[in-house]
Write a protein that binds this ligand. Structure first.
Ligand SMILES: C[S@@+](CC[C@H](N)C(=O)[O-])C[C@H]1O[C@@H](n2cnc3c(N)ncnc32)[C@H](O)[C@@H]1O
Length: 273
């Protein structure tokens, strides 16, 4: 398996490429091109052979005459279109998690739970070849989905990714890391183990949909001197409608996904008290 070619790759579409087909109403369909393959949808059939050999950005026509634009999928397209077992972290929050937790080339990140592998993929991209991601996932069926999605996305199991099937509470304390990203029901209960796992100066970032979860996190942070600089934010992304003189915010938006709470792991420093 080779890594799927990314948007803007100079070569035309080839057998095995991923392609995103967009119709005139903005509907998006993700396909894996196969010689002799076909894409069936409400507006007819598109032969994969009609796409193979075309440059990215070309139009194709379905058997019923519908026009579709063909592009290679972006990371955001993969997130939205990939099969899922658990609810995924969307691109707006993925980007903020990478930024707030300062995940970069060479970072060693522990993540729980892996869910559908959407955030895992963003973390793997951010840490690069010299970093590592260790993902815990409690439920086998979710771990299977995460593994399939990551393998498909990266064209194989990334050598710097370890998927551990089980409870993060059991393995975390013995897993040294410099970043910890939590997307699970009660992140507060794993913070004792997190303080063992994170190196001083390291960052924890928890993604939690509700206010009580945020409150419980802050209770732990304020009661344990190994944590400091705790902050909570949320990310609101409002699309705009731009059409001639009609330029205004969209009427609808995703108003809430989750709060992002970060904190730094601090050393116990009795001498300076
Ligand atoms: C909302 S999903 C994560 C989605 C993921 N961030 C993504 O973007 O695809 C939460 C996952 O955490 C897992 N989980 C819950 N408690 C856990 C624990 N203690 N240890 C490991 N995984 C856990 C659940 O099984 C579930 O798959």
């Amino acid at each position: 398996m080779t890594a799927p070619r990314r948007p803007g790759h100079p070569d035309p579409f080839a057998d095995g490429d991923k392609v995103l087909l967009l119709d005139r109403k903005g509907r998006r369909y993700l396909q894996s091109l196969r010689t002799g393959g076909e894409f069936h949808f409400h507006a007819g059939v598109v032969a994969h052979d009609d796409l193979i050999g075309l440059p990215e950005g070309s139009w194709v026509r379905s058997s019923k005459g519908s026009a579709l634009r063909a592009l290679r999928p972006t990371a955001a397209d993969w997130t939205v279109k990939a099969p899922r077992g658990a609810q995924v972290v969307y691109p707006k929050d993925q980007a903020m998690i990478v930024s707030l937790a300062d995940v970069g080339p060479g970072s060693v990140v522990v993540e729980a739970g892996a869910g559908s592998g959407a955030l895992t993929s963003a973390l793997l991209r951010a840490v690069g070849d010299h970093g590592r991601v260790i993902s815990f996932e409690l439920r086998d069926e979710h771990a299977d989905v995460a593994e399939r999605n990551v393998v498909e996305r990266f064209g194989g199991h990334p050598p710097n990714w370890e998927l551990r099937r089980g409870d993060v509470s059991d393995g975390l304390a013995a897993t040294p890391c410099d970043r910890l990203v939590l997307d699970l029901l009660e992140p507060g209960v794993v913070l004792a183990a997190a303080a063992e796992s994170l190196r001083p100066g390291g960052i924890v970032c928890a993604y939690t949909p509700t206010v009580p979860q945020v409150m419980r996190l802050h209770e732990v942070f304020s009661s344990d001197e190994r944590w400091g600089l705790a902050e909570t934010v949320e990310t609101l992304v409002r699309g705009w409608h731009v059409d001639g003189l009609s330029v205004r915010p969209n009427h609808r938006m995703v108003a809430h996904t989750a709060f992002l709470t970060t904190a730094r792991r601090l050393p116990r420093d009795e001498a300076l008290k």
